[in-house]
Design a protein around this ligand. Structure first.
Ligand code: HEM
Ligand SMILES: [Cu+2]
Length: 550
């Protein structure tokens, strides 16, 4: 993207350290009171990484327990708390904020040529609200946990559970406001703060995907907030809303819960799709195939995602005709997702492809997301869902989409923009090795679960029939490989902060405004507001990569 902000116009690239957003001000206070979107993005990165570790520890304990048919580690009551904590933490305190609040916060203003987001103070407040939600959830985990599953279905959650359901629900309720405020901030920023010449159809596709995600943040999150509030009211005041014994309707809860939680799965996958569009073009050095189709498919996914929630209730006693409609609509939502997969593949065709670590994550994403998506169609068809609902097939399906998809893209994005964020590069050989370990570990963990589910192994059980042991041991072994795969990047990324190779503004020779400014960027992002004069991904005149291509 040719702009007037070319690299050489940037200040003092001589020996003395360049002033940038990291060294412009020092001290804890300069971070805790920062209004800089880049620093706020890093505050989120630290917070959600900690929550990922908490969710990961629960997953490890579950997998260790499932080594033995009778349960090798914990009592069934504790197992219930483990999968509930794991699901709640991984969904609401890791994956929902992951790419939007970290990479989104860091990159949106840089990519559109702005100085910051529209409401910097609101942005900082969103982080504090999120941290408050995390602290309430950690308090619940440390004082006994919750055992309702991440779905909080009443009447068990409102009338029978003896765990801290109310506080867990309130932790999610609080964190939800962080999503709503972040979504509002991003929508206004993208509408109002684009640099001259940065028209909608010149925007990077990452921005389109975050725009669609922000719309779901703003429209969907209030629904889960009111649903959990009503659950809290029923639990504390015994008002009959969901509990049939009090004249309530448990199906009402399921409708309200999934009216948000299905769009929520797209909050988790849409930003990843935006990252993949950036990686595929950068490492095949080609324009995206069908730019406007990919852009509009993000909006289409956001809209249709609000129409399919009933596919979570095929076996809950919902009417068969309602089921039919939700089944057809669920097939429909697969179309815009498929458009993206086809267009990424078409972009690779005849591309000048290189296999740096970010690209390995992108290719892994395409494969694993496709498996996750296609198995979703098994669950969207009424007949097969009756057999597979409530089994490990479902657990495998959403982990393929959420971990094989979203977490892979998150890792790919972190590796792609790490030199922009830090001004330093990580050891690429270790990075590619870790990407392969993660890919192998992931498939070893979750593919056997498709088979276990198809053979009838129910989810959420601490014990299982002996004939399922071999596949469970394989899955648990895979989980340990996966865990090692996630620890390696943690080590070399932290190592790179001090010892990593110092690189210039654009080590991968990528297109995009963010690569035209220094690394790490100035606090103000640009010396002068850039003027955009060409389409996105014009790799026909891209700068040469500074680092060797592999
Ligand atoms: C990183 C490696 C991960 C491993 C090894 C793992 C493993 C597991 C296991 C063993 C279960 C329990 C299955 C059961 O007994 O029903 C589970 C459930 C679940 N996982 Fe993960 N998981 C991982 C990552 C994630 C991530 C990143 C997410 C984010 C969305 C996630 C979301 C969930 C949810 C929502 C449940 C269902 C909890 C419930 O039934 O209430 N997991 N996972
Ligand atoms: Cu769904």
């Amino acid at each position: 993207m040719s702009t007037t902000a070319t690299v050489e116009s940037l200040p003092n690239s001589s020996a003395e350290p360049q002033v940038n957003y990291l060294n412009a001000r020092y001290g804890v206070k300069s971070w805790l009171l920062t209004l800089d979107h880049k620093r706020i993005g890093l505050l989120y990165l630290c917070t959600i990484t900690f929550m990922f570790v908490v969710g990961g520890i629960a997953a490890t304990m579950m997998r260790l327990n499932l080594l033995e048919p009778q349960g090798a580690l914990v009592e069934p009551e504790t197992y219930n708390k483990l999968f509930s904590t794991h699901g709640i933490v991984m969904v609401f305190f890791f994956l929902v904020p992951s790419i939007p609040a970290t990479l989104g916060n860091f990159l949106i203003p840089l990519m559109i040529g702005a100085r910051d987001v529209a409401f910097p103070r609101l942005n900082l407040l969103s982080w504090y609200i999120f941290v408050t939600g995390c602290l309430v959830m950690l308090y619940v985990v440390c004082t006994g946990g919750v055992d309702t599953g991440w779905t909080f279905y009443p009447p068990y959650s409102s009338a029978y559970a003896h765990t801290d359901v109310f506080l867990a629900a309130m932790a999610i309720f609080i964190a939800g406001f962080s999503s709503i405020l972040t979504g509002m901030n991003f929508v206004v920023t993208i509408h109002k703060m684009r640099a001259p010449g940065m028209t909608w159809f010149r925007l990077p596709l990452f921005i389109w995907s975050l725009y669609a995600t922000s719309v779901i943040f703003v429209l969907g999150t209030p629904v889960i907030a009111i649903t959990l509030l009503l659950l809290g009211v029923e639990r504390l005041l015994h008002a009959g809303i969901f509990d049939p014994a009090l004249g309530g309707d448990p199906l009402l809860f399921q409708h309200m819960f999934w009216f948000y939680s299905h769009p929520a799965v797209y909050i988790m996958i849409l930003p990843s799709m935006g990252v993949i569009s950036e990686l595929i073009t950068a490492f095949s050095r080609k324009r995206i195939f069908g730019y406007s189709f990919v852009a509009f498919s993000s909006l289409a996914i956001a809209v249709i995602s609000f129409l399919v929630w009933g596919h979570h209730m095929f076996v809950s006693g919902q009417g068969v005709y309602a089921g039919l409609v939700f089944s057809v609509l669920s097939f429909l939502v697969a179309i815009p997702s498929a458009v993206k997969v086809f267009n990424w593949t078409a972009t690779l065709y005849k591309g000048s492809i290189s296999y740096e670590a970010p690209m390995l994550y992108a290719l892994g994403f395409i494969g694993l997301f496709t498996i996750g998506g296609l198995t979703g169609l098994f669950l969207a068809s009424l007949s097969t869902d009756v057999h597979l609902n409530g089994t490990y097939f479902v657990v495998a399906h959403f982990h393929y989409v959420m971990v094989g998809g979203a977490v892979m893209a998150f890792m790919g994005g972190i590796h792609f923009w790490w030199p922009k964020i830090t001004g330093r590069l990580y050891p690429d050989l270790w990075a590619r090795f870790a990407a392969l370990v993660i890919f192998v570990g992931f498939n070893l963990t979750f593919f056997p679960q498709f088979v276990l589910g198809y053979l009838g192994m129910p989810r959420r059980y601490a014990m299982y029939p002996a004939e399922f042991q071999a596949l469970n041991v394989l899955s648990s072994a895979g989980a340990s490989v996966l865990a090692v795969g996630y620890v390696i990047p943690l080590v070399y990324l932290i190592w790179s902060l001090k010892y990593g190779q110092v690189v210039g503004p654009n080590p991968f020779g990528a297109k995009g405004l963010e690569w035209t400014t220094q690394s790490p960027p100035l606090t103000e992002n640009y010396v002068k507001t850039p003027i955009v004069t060409e389409e996105a991904y014009a790799y026909e005149n891209a700068p040469e990569p500074e680092v060797a291509r592999v």
